[in-house]
Ligand binder design. Structure first.
Ligand code: DBV
Length: 248
């Protein structure tokens, strides 16, 4: 049986393969797939988390974590981290289905909250954003401290119907990723050393924030234990600090 976010991941990989020069990104041993049994008696279920990893000439890491634990527990967290010599935003999608409902976050997360940066990387998305916002209204409650990391085109919504995820959210995810690929194709390397150090600082701050505040930490820890979860978060999901070029 296909699960709700499988078509999203398949489409993302297809778009990336068609448009960019994709190659594999090494997934550390033990993180390719992880399963655990949860619940007791009739509620017993297997929860499996699988990883996808790729890279491209301008993209340091393209990675997904796909959690599958039955109809009421499905997550696709998909993030693209550009190379440090490009001013490209991050592509971030958090597609979450829990017993309480669906929670959807899709954005191109900015390196800088400046007018110039928004004109370059958010403005071109605003028409798409407004088109989807009619069907996918603002999801409410949102951690204040996270706001610094989002763009004006941040789609944050809690669809009541699964059908909405399969149609509107699927289309929005595709349109955002297609636009992101265009940005990648147009991006020119940054050579100015001051700008390069600003990019590095911003990338680090983003990766550290995401690792520290990962909303999946509690869930993953319950399923797979703290040791595996911390290793997965720091060693694969948000691994920038482990990159040799950062350590150097
Ligand atoms: N979120 C991740 C990773 C996940 C993941 C790596 C491997 O960053 C899943 C899985 N997100 C996940 C889960 C929940 C959320 C919630 C399981 C539900 C947590 C729960 O209710 O127990 C966007 N995701 C959230 C929330 C936000 C985001 C704001 C609600 C958190 C809260 O209310 O405190 N994730 C967050 C974000 C981006 C993102 C800022 C950027 C696009 O990917």
């Amino acid at each position: 049986m296909t699960t709700i976010y499988e078509p999203f991941l398949a489409k993302a990989i297809a778009l990336l393969e068609e448009n960019l020069d994709i190659s594999p990104y090494l997934i550390p041993a033990g993180f390719e797939s992880k399963s655990a049994v949860t619940g007791k008696g009739k509620r017993e279920a297997i929860v499996t988390t699988t990883s996808y990893g790729a890279k491209a000439p301008k993209l340091r890491q393209i990675r997904a974590a796909h959690v599958q634990g039955g109809a009421a527990l499905q997550v696709l967290n998909f993030v693209i981290f550009p190379e440090l010599n490009y001013d490209l935003p991050f592509f971030g999608a958090d597609l979450v289905t829990l017993p309480g409902g669906h929670l959807i976050a899709i954005d191109m997360q900015p390196l800088f909250q400046t007018k110039d940066y928004q004109a370059k990387y958010s403005q071109p998305l605003m028409e798409t954003f407004h088109r989807y916002q009619a069907e996918l209204p603002w999801g409410g409650d949102f951690p204040e401290e996270a706001q610094a990391f989002f763009s004006p085109a941040f789609l944050w919504t809690r669809p009541a119907e699964t059908k909405t995820v399969e149609t509107n959210v699927f289309d929005a995810f595709n349109d955002y990723l297609k636009m992101y690929i265009k940005f990648v194709q147009a991006a020119e390397p940054i050579t100015d050393s001051k700008r390069l150090s600003e990019i590095k600082a911003s990338q680090l701050s983003y990766a550290r924030y995401r690792a520290e505040k990962d909303p999946a930490r509690g869930m993953l820890t319950r399923f797979y234990g703290a040791e595996w979860t911390e290793a997965y978060i720091h060693g694969f999901l948000f691994d920038l600090e482990k990159d040799a070029r950062i350590a150097a």
